[in-house]
Structures are given as structure tokens and as C-alpha cells.
Design a protein around this ligand. Structure first.
Ligand code: PMP
Length: 412
């Protein structure tokens, strides 16, 4: 039977719970720095000009319809999406070592991958054992439950050093060495959520070398390509190093277009598997098993957003516009980082605030404690996540001074 003995009530999701409290707050000057969604300088959602152009093109085309996509998704989309992350001239594409499938945005990609790893990623000396998924400490909270839902265990690797507000590279490398062979290391491709702290190229090389030498698999979660630097190629540096560098591992990529095309609700994403060498039989087998997971879970992926993104990626003028849109978003976020930092310095707010401008992407880990975060919300109507993370995209010319003032008051 259904009974509250078995069905226990859970607390609201922390992030969506925060949003609900924000919506209910009657204060007219409240400020939402919670969920990671881009806002323009008026605090409003932004439909990218490239998306508007693509929507026009799509809706005026003679084959515009809402038919089902194939199980594996829209091929023009998945192929072009692979080039966005791997580069136009990727060796993996030329050597036919790539398997791609469309997913329900980044979350769906992670979910498909979790199932695929559970069923098919084997340690030859102990094929019954399941791989452990190593996640950065801290990471996007949903990572843990996505993998646990598929019956996989997660473990944490050191990442953020709170004392220095920088990367704990030694701790990270030790954890790679100590993990059982055949573990999976989830890596944020760029714009780490929640810290905004990414390894530098030399650090990435050490991390990837250690993952390779210890027989693990790198799983890249790419949800913010374009948000760190505004450049697609710069923001996929780590992925391209893993794919093009001298490593033996297979690679998995979970790719989301939610943020970088601003089609959050349309659920556009892809899974890419890169095999270390060309193996046609393995390539086909992997594609068929990934397709089966999609078929069993969602039958086929949503088409509207994939068609829009496909048009953007495959139409040179639209691609150019999109690259401009990425610069618009990343530049505005960068300016807001500077303004917030400068304002805190101007107020003489205790503590150091340079990390706000050194971090990249959509988020900044401010260093505010849970108690300070709560006071920001209660006393100032400034909403941020309990960890002290802010979505920098929620800042604008009209509100950053009030945010700085709130921070200043709660840290004193
Ligand atoms: N990975 C990370 C690190 C994220 O921050 C997010 C979104 N917040 C996702 C994946 C997935 O997002 P979506 O399912 O909307 O593509």
C-alpha cells in the first residue's frame, strides 16, 4: 500500500525552494541571486538574438512540424553539437571514434550516462563491481542524487580550498591516485558550479595525466561553455586537451545548451562518448545501447529546441550571431563581478573580495557563511544559496550597490 511509513515527505529542493521564497516575498526591492539563469541588465530573462532568428527561420520553413524525432535525436544537431565542444577539426570525429546521442538537456545526459556506466563500464579484473563516481567537493548538488538514483555510489574529491579560495590540486591528485582503478571522475568542463573556480591549463594536464595513469575515466559535465571567456574554443580547452592529448582513456561528455543558448526549459543536450581508438563494432554497440536507454526512458528526445540549436550551429550567420550573444552575456557578467568587488572595497567591507573577479562563469562563491546568507535574505531581501554562491547574472546596474551593502552589513 501507499503509506507515510514508506513515503516520507522531503524538504523542498534547496534551489527551487529558494526561488519559491523569493517569489512569495512581498518586498519590491528583493534581489534574486539564486538559480543560474542569465538575466539582462533589467533583471529580465533574455531571448538570444540568434535564437529569435532561428525561431523565425524554423517557423517559416515549409517542413515546420512537431513530429517525433528519431530515438537518438536530430542528427544535424548532435553532429554539430559535437563540433562545438570538440572543435571543427577534432581527430576524434575524423577517426570515427565518436558516439553521440541527444538527451534531455544536461541533467538527462548525466542520467543516461549514469545508467550506461552502471551497465557497461567494467573493471576487467572484477566485472561485477560497480564504478564509483568521484565528484568535486563541492559540486552541483544534483550530481549526487542523479548517480545515486541509478544505484551508483559517489565519493568526493578535494577541490575548493576555503582558506586560500583556490584549487586544492594536491588533494585532488591524491584522491585520483587513491581511487580504485576504473573509477569515474566527473569534471566540470568550465565555469565550475558552484565555485566559479577552474583549474589552469597546467593543472588540467596534471589532473588528466593522473586520471589516465590510474586507469580512471573522465566524465566532463559541460553546462556553461561560452560563459567563462565568451569563446567556445577557450571554454572547451580541458575537453579538447583530454580528447586530442596523449591519453588512453575513453571520455564521456554531458553537454547542455540550456545556458549558452538560453533555452533552459526546452531541454537541449547531448551525450558524447569518445573511444580511445577506432572500433566500429564497439562504436555501433555503444550507440545501440545508449539508444535503448533513451527509448526506455523518454522514447525520443524533444524536438523544438534541438531544431533551433541545429539551425544556429549549421547556419553560418546564425552561428556568428550566437558567438556574439555569448560575448554579450559573458561580458556583462564580467562587468558585474568588477562592480560588486569595487563596491565592497569602497565600503571597506571586512575580508578580501578579489576572488569575485578571479572566478569565472555564472557563479561566484562569495565566502559568506550560512548565517550571513540567511541574514541577507531575511534582513535585506537578497537571495543567495546557503553555500554562499551567487549567480552573478542576477546582478545589474540597478541592484549591485544594494547587494554590496547587504554583504557589508552581514559580515561586520
Ligand atoms: N551540470 C551543471 C554543473 C549544472 O550547473 C547544470 C544546471 N544547473 C546542469 C548540469 C544541467 O542543467 P540542464 O539539465 O538544465 O541542462
Amino acid at each position: 500500500s501507499f503509506s507515510s511509513k514508506y513515503i516520507t515527505q522531503l524538504p523542498p529542493d534547496p534551489l527551487f525552494g529558494l526561488k519559491a521564497r523569493y517569489v512569495e516575498d512581498p518586498r519590491t526591492d528583493k534581489i534574486d541571486l539564486g538559480i543560474g539563469a542569465y538575466r539582462d541588465n533589467n533583471g529580465k530573462p533574455w531571448i538570444l538574438p540568434s535564437v529569435k532568428l532561428a525561431e523565425n527561420l524554423l517557423q517559416n520553413s515549409k517542413d515546420y512540424n512537431h513530429e517525433y524525432l528519431p530515438i537518438s535525436g536530430l542528427k544535424q544537431f548532435t553532429q554539430a553539437a559535437a563540433k562545438v565542444i570538440l572543435g571543427e577539426d577534432s581527430k576524434a570525429i575524423k577517426e570515427d571514434r565518436l558516439v553521440s546521442i541527444q538527451s534531455l538537456s544536461g541533467t538527462g545526459a548525466l542520467h543516461v550516462v549514469s545508467r550506461f556506466l552502471k551497465d557497461f563500464y567494467k573493471n576487467d579484473s572484477n566485472p561485477e563491481s560497480l564504478p564509483t563516481i568521484y565528484l568535486s567537493q563541492p559540486t552541483w548538488a544534483n550530481h549526487i542524487q542523479i548517480f545515486n538514483f541509478s544505484g551508483l555510489k559517489t565519493a568526493a574529491y578535494p577541490y575548493w580550498d576555503n582558506a586560500t579560495k583556490s584549487l586544492d590540486l594536491d588533494g585532488f591528485l591524491k584522491s585520483i591516485e587513491n581511487a580504485p582503478t576504473g573509477s569515474v571522475f566527473l569534471l566540470h568542463a568550465t565555469a565550475h558550479n558552484p565555485t566559479g573556480l577552474d583549474p589552469k591549463p597546467e593543472q588540467w594536464k596534471k589532473i588528466l595525466r593522473a586520471i589516465d595513469e590510474n586507469g580512471h575515466l573522465p566524465l566532463f559535465d559541460s553546462a556553461y561553455q561560452g560563459f567563462s571567456s565568451g569563446s567556445l574554443s577557450k571554454d572547451s580547452w580541458a575537453v579538447r586537451e583530454a580528447v586530442d592529448g596523449d591519453y588512453k582513456f575513453p571520455i564521456l561528455i554531458c553537454q547542455s545548451f540550456a545556458k549558452n543558448v538560453g533555452m533552459y526549459g526546452e531541454r537541449v543536450g547531448a551525450v558524447h562518448l569518445i573511444l580511445p581508438e577506432h572500433d566500429e563494432a564497439l562504436n555501433k554497440a555503444a550507440f545501440s545501447q545508449l539508444s535503448k536507454i533513451i527509448r526506455a526512458e523518454i522514447s525520443n528526445p524533444p524536438s523544438y529546441g534541438a531544431k533551433i540549436v541545429s539551425l544556429i550551429l549549421n547556419t553560418p550567420e546564425l552561428k556568428k550571431q550566437w558567438e556574439q550573444d555569448l560575448i554579450t552575456m559573458s561580458t556583462r557578467i564580467g562587468q558585474m563581478r568588477l562592480k560588486l568587488r569595487d563596491e565592497l572595497v569602497k565600503l571597506g567591507t571586512p575580508g578580501t573580495w578579489n576572488h569575485i573577479v578571479e572566478q569565472q562563469g555564472m557563479f561566484s562563491f562569495t565566502g559568506l557563511t550560512p548565517v550571513q546568507v540567511e541574514r541577507c535574505e531575511k534582513e535585506h531581501g537578497v537571495y543567495l544559496v546557503g553555500s554562499g554562491r551567487i549567480s552573478v547574472a542576477g546582478l545589474n546596474e540597478g541592484n549591485y550597490k544594494r547587494v554590496a551593502k547587504a554583504f557589508d552589513e552581514v559580515v561586520r
